[in-house]
Every structure is written in C-alpha cells, then in structure tokens.
Design a protein. Sequence first.
Length: 130
Amino acid sequence: MIVAVLVSALAGWVFGAIWYSILARHWVAASGVTTDASGKPANRTQVMPYLISIVANIIVSATMYYAFDMLRTETFRKGFTSGLGIGACFAAPWLAMSYGFAGRPFKLSLIDGGYAALGSGVIGAVITLF
C-alpha cells in the first residue's frame, strides 16, 4: 500500500511539473503571481510550494487508494477514469467556485482544474498497477 501511494503521488507530481511547464506562461499571466526579471515566478526557488504539492499528492493518492480498494477499482482504465472523475467532479468545481468568488480569471480555473482532473487520472491509473 505505501509503495502504491508514494509512486502514484510521485507520478501525479511529475505530471503536474510537465503540465505547468507547458502552460507556464498562461498560468503566470492568469494567476498574477509575482515574477522576476525573466518572467518566471519569483518563488520558484523556495522549497515550501514544492513540499506542499508533494504532500497534497500523497494525501490524494492515499485517499484514492482507500476508495479504490473499497470500490474494487482494479484496472488501469478504471483507475484513470475514476481518478479523472474525482478530479473533474470534486476538485475542479471547488477550485472554480473559490476562484470565482476571489475574482480570479476563469482561465486559471481551467488550468488548475485541468491539472486536478488529469493529475487525479494519472494517480488513479498508477494506483491500479500495484
């Protein structure tokens, strides 16, 4: 169980690194994060955001592992689609609601909600490999 949770959390985290690398320019513009002279986030060398993100991925992975075990979600395809559904139907709408009330751009909801959905799909798929 621990290996499945840690490996799937790492897979979700790596997917996030790729996702945000591809969408970096759009995310920076939509998020309004402070940037340095090169246009990159000013806090990119700080450890805390990365630590928070890996802990969050571990929590999501552990929760999905438990749910998948109870629901007998055992195939790669079901793991991916179940994870995708969790991210798209629980996390992404919650982000969109919070961002809407905070007056954040809808584009930010799409970027972060897309990661919540697809990243959860990746986590779900990897869990089923164990």
